[in-house]
Design a protein around this ligand. Structure first.
Ligand code: F6R
Length: 610
């Protein structure tokens, strides 16, 4: 989603802003721009398309030690040069970059137009620049505050003013803004990835908080002008985490990082003495865990699908009823919040607007929410009452892979922890710990078989326009995730169904042209799944089966056109392994089709708008 960068210091701002924008490219965008405060005033450069388009129009010399930059993912108004940020007031005094949505922009624009303002773009954001420039207050800080007080909606903004050239003013309400503290210089970005090349000292702004940045430091204060005196924190991410490390695509690198990422999720969290998991961040005593009558998991997209798999694990191991629901649907249906229900949200970025709003809805009604989050210090992580960090490392590719796996793993840890408080025996706990510790090597084994999976993707998926993904119970949740991966990175239309539902409708579309990917572990439901395989075979639909090695049971292998075998784990943990071939199938189909794998069309990494 849109990205913000800003700089004030002694160095030339343009190269720093451009390198920050490069780091934010992964979030998805369709236009980009820069504003620099130089001796002659404010200079603006904007272009539709990728950063390369912007660089083409930049002059060789770009003087200015203060500036802001932006990558825009179009919401209000098409991706054109005019709609690209930064936006200015008509006199070209103030330039702003904005993430979020100004909900009352139509009224504000009409009011400003009635006063003679002429607008240069169709965006909601431009009104902010006009409001700031038309304020009669003396300082930029006061003028920004005055403007923000009439704005309804969400924003992360950075503002420069050529009449106050040594300053950058930033503010946040619902859209992340992070300050980077340097030596006689200050940075700002909407994502920490754009800062770590320059500094590890960061300050996260809270909602309705603003900051005034100058080369010699910063001040944070509320929109009501109360100082908040924030102190910088040190982030542990390194700049290398954002490099491809020899892989052609971040997505491929991130698929291969899964064994190590899982080891990090597990590190220090397994307790051999009591055969349980130690989850220090939950903020729930065993007594609180005994009081839980039901668990509801919320998230968006793949995070929701990870929640579906997690719900199955929790219910299986703890016998506490557990289900998952898309966060946006939940928050808009006026949900009943009960005291003895535990809510868990899942979010890689920790910034997804709908997920954050669901957390706030639960808390507003007195419920307790835990977060399963990757991004340390993110808005959702800070808003939740406790939670589990994934420690998966930064995920740069738009489509999630390693964080899906690590989220499911975090649910497995939670299920073990809750299960050992309630129902499961030390013996079962011990078996689960052994199985959890074996997962990274089992994942390496699956990844070592990548060439054969790539061949299957090229033969069965890449040449087709449609595919079905099916499975039962938690394998159905994996089918949803597998279909999602194929759709978003290869653009092949894929639909997921519970295997049992196929004969209630979709079977009409099964034909030699429509392959079916079936997740079919050797579990209690195997016999049922074999009947489904027969139904597809009878209609001559090609079948790719992701299954377990069946040394003396060839029933799946004999019915499928292509078979991908993964090692067995404890049955409840099998989804953690069965998912990897689904990722590789999608990746290799997308490679065969020459897609823009890390930045699929129309998609953004972190969806910070409704
Ligand atoms: C799909 C994907 C998205 C995200 C969703 C939630 O590959 O990545 O569906 O899962 O936008 O994002 P987070 O986890 O950041 O809340």
């Amino acid at each position: 989603m849109c990205g913000i960068v800003g700089y004030v210091g002694r160095q030339q701002a343009a190269p720093i802003l451009l390198s920050g924008l490069r780091r934010l490219e992964y979030r998805g965008y369709d236009s980009a721009g820069l504003a620099l405060v130089g001796k002659g005033g404010l200079k603006l450069y904007k272009a539709e398309g990728k950063l390369a388009q912007l660089e083409k129009i930049l002059p060789k010399r770009l003087p200015g030690v203060v500036g802001v930059g932006h990558t825009r993912w179009a919401t209000h108004g098409e991706p054109t040069d005019a709609n690209a940020h930064p936006h200015c007031d008509p006199e070209g005094r103030v330039a702003i970059v904005h993430n979020g949505i100004v909900e009352n922009s139509v009224e504000l624009r009409a009011r400003l137009q009635a006063d003679g303002h002429v607008f240069a773009s169709e965006t909601d954001s431009e009104v902010i620049a006009h409001l700031i420039a038309s304020s009669s207050k003396a300082t930029l800080e006061q003028r920004v505050r005055e403007a923000l007080l009439v704005i309804e909606g969400t924003y992360g903004i950075a503002v420069v003013d050529w009449e106050q050239p040594g300053q950058l003013v930033v503010a946040r309400n619902g859209s992340p803004v992070i300050l980077g503290v340097g030596d006689k210089e200050m940075f700002v970005a909407s994502d920490v990835s754009a800062l770590v090349r320059y500094t590890r000292q960061v300050v996260h702004l809270d909602d309705r908080e603003m900051a005034v940045l100058a080369p010699d430091g910063f001040r944070t204060l509320t929109l009501d002008d109360q100082p908040t005196d924030k102190q910088p924190l040190t982030v542990s991410l390194s700049s290398e985490s954002f490099d491809k490390g020899g892989f052609e695509h971040f997505l491929h690198k991130e698929i291969h990082e899964q064994p190590d990422a899982c080891s990090r999720t597990l590190r220090g969290r397994l307790d051999r003495q009591f055969n349980t998991a130690k989850l220090g961040g939950l903020e729930l005593a065993p007594r609180d865990l005994l009081d839980i009558r039901r668990i509801r998991i919320l998230g968006c997209g793949s995070a929701y699908y990870a929640g579906l798999v997690g719900a199955h694990m929790i219910e299986t191991l703890t016998r506490v009823p557990c289900d998952a629901e898309p966060a946006a649907e939940f928050r808009y249906r006026n949900p009943v919040i009960e005291k003895d229900v535990l809510y868990i949200v899942v979010s890689q970025s920790g910034e997804t607007f709908d997920t954050l709003a669901a957390v706030q809805e639960v808390q507003r009604k007195g419920g307790r929410v835990l977060g399963v989050v990757n991004a340390v210090g993110s808005t959702i992580a800070r808003q939740c009452d406790g939670g589990i960090y994934l420690h998966a490392g930064p995920e740069v590719s738009v489509a999630s892979t390693k964080t899906f796996t690590c989220s499911v793993l975090a649910f497995a840890l939670f299920a073990l922890h809750l299960g050992r408080v309630r129902d499961i025996s030390p013996g079962v706990g011990r078996r689960l710990i052994d199985a959890l510790l074996a997962l990274p090597d089992q994942m390496r084994e699956i990844l070592a078989g990548e060439a054969a999976i790539a061949e299957i993707a090229r033969e069965f998926l890449a040449p087709r326009s449609n595919a079905f993904y099916i499975g039962r119970a938690s394998s159905y949740a994996l089918a949803l995730e597998g279909a999602q991966k194929l759709k978003e990175i290869s653009y092949i239309h894929a639909e997921a169904y519970p295997a049992s539902e196929l004969k209630h409708g979709p079977l009409a579309l099964v034909s030699p042209e429509t392959p079916t990917v079936m997740v079919v572990p050797h579990d209690d439901l195997l016999d049922k799944s074999l009947s489904t395989l027969e139904e597809i075979r009878t209609r001559r639909g090609p079948i790719i089966a992701i299954t377990h090695p069946g040394a003396d049971d060839r029933r799946v292998a004999d019915r499928a056109d292509a078979v991908i075998e993964v090692p067995r784990s404890e049955s409840v943990l099998d989804p953690l392994l069965l998912n990897l071939p689904l990722q590789l199938l999608a990746y290799h189909a997308a490679v065969a089709l020459g897609r823009d794998i890390d930045q699929p069309r129309n998609l953004a990494k972190s969806v910070t708008v409704e």
